[in-house]
Design a protein around this ligand. Structure first.
Ligand code: URA
Length: 236
């Protein structure tokens, strides 16, 4: 079936659609011996597609991993400062993996990694509003007023947040723990929301993304998604 060229490259696991577009614009992609133009379609089963002179890998195996990211790892394939990166934890997988969205350096928890660039980009797109739940620790006792503000929407410098949900609030000596469920994915959103209501985050862990839960996966380890989970992700 003919598809937009950037989609063919993303489905082959080479790059996200957006990155593939820049390759096409830069003249690095050739279809049937002719330099491709942006907007062109091709059928990977029929057409000969090359990137930098190399043919598209035929039917590269797709990997879908659920990682329990430890704090101190950068969500990236490389870090210019030489800090550990999340792909260090999946070195046994023979593919170039992308993360679906990002977690901050000090955030722990559920991170999806895949070489299915197309699915990664679709899931991370703000339009899809995939629900995420974080386990949050803040200093001090979260007040009812602060909870109300988190749940009704907080004014941030990039606009108000959508209503969120606070569950399982527990206060211990000096700290409060709660689950915060949001369905946006702005940069450092949970930290900024909590700070805006006067309770800076001291620990943050993502425990759920849509229907996927971290469960008892050990910190730093990963599991493969099941075929049923991948199918369900595609339907989101
Ligand atoms: N919100 C944050 O503030 N940080 C993360 O890593 C994820 C969500």
């Amino acid at each position: 079936m003919k598809e937009r060229l950037q989609k063919c490259l993303a489905q082959a696991g080479l790059a996200s659609r957006r990155e593939a577009e820049t390759w096409i614009v830069a003249g690095r992609v050739v279809v049937n011996g002719r330099v491709a133009q942006l907007g062109e379609s091709a059928d990977p089963e029929v057409d000969r597609i090359e990137v930098d002179g190399r043919p598209l890998p035929a039917g590269e195996r797709k990997y879908y991993l659920l990682l329990n990211k430890p704090a101190g790892y950068v969500t990236s394939a490389k870090d210019p400062e030489g800090r550990p990166v999340v792909t260090d934890l999946v070195r046994t997988i023979p593919a170039r993996l992308f993360s679906v969205g990002r977690l901050d350096l000090t955030t722990e928890g559920l991170l999806l990694l895949t070489n299915d660039g197309d699915l990664a980009q679709r899931l991370a797109h703000p339009r899809h509003e995939v629900e995420k739940t974080y386990l949050v620790r803040v200093r001090g006792g979260l007040t009812p007023a602060a909870r109300f503000r988190l749940e009704s929407g907080v004014e941030l410098d990039d606009g108000p947040t959508a209503p969120a949900r606070v569950d399982d609030l527990r206060c211990t000596a000096g700290h409060s723990w709660f689950k915060l469920t949001i369905h946006e994915g702005r940069n450092r959103q949970v930290r900024r929301m909590c700070e805006a209501v006067g309770f800076p985050v001291s620990r943050l862990k993502r425990i759920r993304l849509a229907f996927l839960e971290l469960d008892h996966l050990a910190t730093g380890s990963f599991r493969h998604l099941t075929a049923a989970e991948v199918a369900q992700l595609r339907q989101l």
